[in-house]
Design a protein around this ligand. Structure first.
Ligand code: GLN
Length: 310
């Protein structure tokens, strides 16, 4: 594989941006709450951050958006660091082949979610976080700020309140988990933390910086410390590769070949270990709830680079 110099990355993502823009891909902006439905589907931004900390951006890469399920990467990392392999007695590490909010599988698997990126798994993770940290929302915010090396985490109050008003399905899942004794804390409290983490707004540049440590064996050049051990980092990346895009994870691995994570706000983060992290945002989603333009952009990018994980 070619050893890309800093200049090449800027040219590359500018080209990818123009090309994907010109394709006129469409999709459907998330509308399960009115606040997300209001966002213009036209937005499109890409930010790539290399392991020297250079930032390469195109389009709306400085416009904040709702990170939604991308937050599950941060909470998982925090909890994994604390509970270590004990965590895997509460949540499995298998791809699900099911939509992100699927509840059916939970019964077959006796209250052990199939992986930590499904809503059910993420609720277990946020429950574990609640057991460990006094003020979990504040801890999540401080953690992400530190990873990005700047104050950047904002919680969108309107999105948060609206998510709270429409949390029936996630609340049902939490009760179900509790019935299987895989939920320790007050359900309303954990749901509030979960919807708050989903309501965080960040831009592509901030997101790419904050996941940079996953491309760098767990060492964050922005926080200037090892955030996660090298071996734990490899596990998080394996989970992102297998489960980061729900029932489209296989397709993403096939077309892009990088560990990544999507959110229904239209954001995607991905990383090339040893080289860079990247965040792409465009709100129009395909039927699996993943951003059409973001996935296409990453597919073209790894094709152009002639390297991925593989
Ligand atoms: N807030 C959303 C939910 O819990 C997040 C889902 C997602 O981004 N896939 O339903």
């Amino acid at each position: 594989a070619a050893n890309h110099k800093t200049m090449d990355y800027q040219q590359l993502i500018s080209e990818v941006y123009d090309e994907v823009r010109a394709m006129g891909l469409t999709g459907k902006v998330a509308d399960y709450i009115p606040e997300l439905a209001k966002v213009s589907g036209e937005h499109f931004g890409i930010a790539l951050v290399d392991l020297q900390g250079n930032v390469f951006g195109a389009g709306d890469y400085k416009v904040p958006f709702s990170i939604q399920s991308i937050s599950k990467v941060f909470t998982l990392t925090m909890v994994f660091h604390v509970f270590r392999s004990k965590l895997w007695s509460r949540v499995n590490v298998e791809p699900s082949g099911n939509p992100f909010n699927s509840i059916a599988q939970l019964e077959y698997e006796h209250g052990i979610p199939r992986n930590p990126f499904l809503n059910a798994g993420a609720l277990v993770i946020t429950d574990a976080l609640t057991s460990k940290f006094e003020n979990p929302i504040r801890c999540i915010r401080e953690y992400i700020d530190e990873l990005a090396g700047q104050h950047c985490v904002r919680i969108n109050e309107e999105v948060m309140q609206s998510e709270l008003r429409h949390a029936e399905r996630n609340t049902a899942m939490a009760y179900f988990l509790k019935a299987y004794k895989n939920f320790d804390n007050d359900i309303q409290e954990v749901i509030k933390t979960y919807v708050s983490q989903c309501s965080i707004e960040m831009c592509c540049e901030e997101l790419a910086k904050s996941v940079s440590f996953l491309a760098n064996d767990g060492y964050s050049i922005f926080a200037r410390r090892e955030v996660l051990s090298e071996s734990h980092t490899r596990r998080i990346n394996a989970l992102m590769l297998m489960c980061g895009f729900y029932d489209e994870s296989g397709e993403f691995a096939f077309r892009v070949g990088l560990p990544g994570k999507s959110g229904v706000g239209g954001g995607v983060v991905a990383l090339m270990p040893g080289k860079f992290s990247i965040a792409v945002w465009s709100p129009e989603l395909n039927e699996k709830g993943n951003s059409t333009r973001a996935i296409k952009a990453l597919e073209i990018l790894t094709n152009r680079l002639k390297f991925s994980l593989f």
